[in-house]
Design a protein around this ligand. Sequence first.
Ligand code: TYM
Length: 332
Amino acid sequence: MEGKRTIFSGIQPSGELTLGSYLGAIKNWVELSEEYNCYYCIVDMHAITVRQNPAELRKRTLEQLAQYIACGLDPKKNTIFIQSHVSAHAELAWILNCYTMYGELSRMTQFKDKSSRNAENINAGLFTYPALMAADILLYQSDLVPVGDDQKQHVELTRDIAQRFNSVYGEVFKMPEPFIPKVGARIMSLTSPENKMSKSDKDPGGCIYLMQKPEDIMRSFKRAVTDSDRKVKYDPVSKPGVSNLMTIYSVAANKSYDEIEAEFEGKGYGDFKPAVGEAVVELLRPIREEAERLLKDKNYLVSVYKEGAERASRAATRTLRKVCKKVGFVDR
Ligand code: TYM
């Protein structure tokens, strides 16, 4: 791993992994994993900014670990771990909170969205969430952060925080760059294509889940919202539903928009929608089967997350020690 550049990314176990998280993030994690020294985290501390059922959170965390591996992340080559197992995240998050401005946090789109959806629980954690995310990234001196479009603002704030800290104390943190895929950075809901496909979506028909059965995936695609124009053409402004399906098909079947338009020339949505469904079923089938197999081997999953936490801790502690020294804490 010496000499390789570093990647950090994470997903909250706040719901079942969706096709959006796969295409926007995990698929790129896998593609980048050979070239980089990678830390892939299950960010359970972020998840509790919204109330979780404890038993379900525990279950989903393990399922998410199995799904990371099933998507092709080899735990021998990548450090895969659970955020709450590495206490440096919480420690650095506190310190960075003191270098993050109220005004910056108030401008975060995800905070505005989530606080309007959870008006009864606008807690301080939800507000300061980006400082924890900055800690995640900066602890590992990450070069690259592969995320979907919606996380770009948080990575930019991470850079601002790092810059502010470095300008006071010298070059403590490496400046990370977001890595956003060209196609698939923003997968929309199948039933309301003006909204992002999201694991916390209340409308299950709008979402495709990695563990979903083929017949359910097919049903959701057949019911996907399109338009009355009957033309398979990429135009996200006037044809958001069809364009979203084209994006999904493009990544799942590895075809360009031009190729897709040509393939469905003169054909209607009755041919197009099931074709997208089939491509997604085939994309997800091996992932689901492998995740189901791994979930039967609890001991293996435990060994993966324990080893991951040990490796992550070693790297994270190096940065944390440096930071503690810089701000004036007495050596332990
Ligand atoms: P989260 O858990 O909401 O989403 C995980 C990743 O999936 C991407 N994503 C999508 N991409 C395309 N289309 C969609 N519909 C879609 N839905 C989700 C997200 O952009 C993200 O990359 N704050 C982060 C988790 C996090 C993190 C980090 C990420 C915590 N610490 C450090 C990177 C680095 C979040 O809520 O992602």
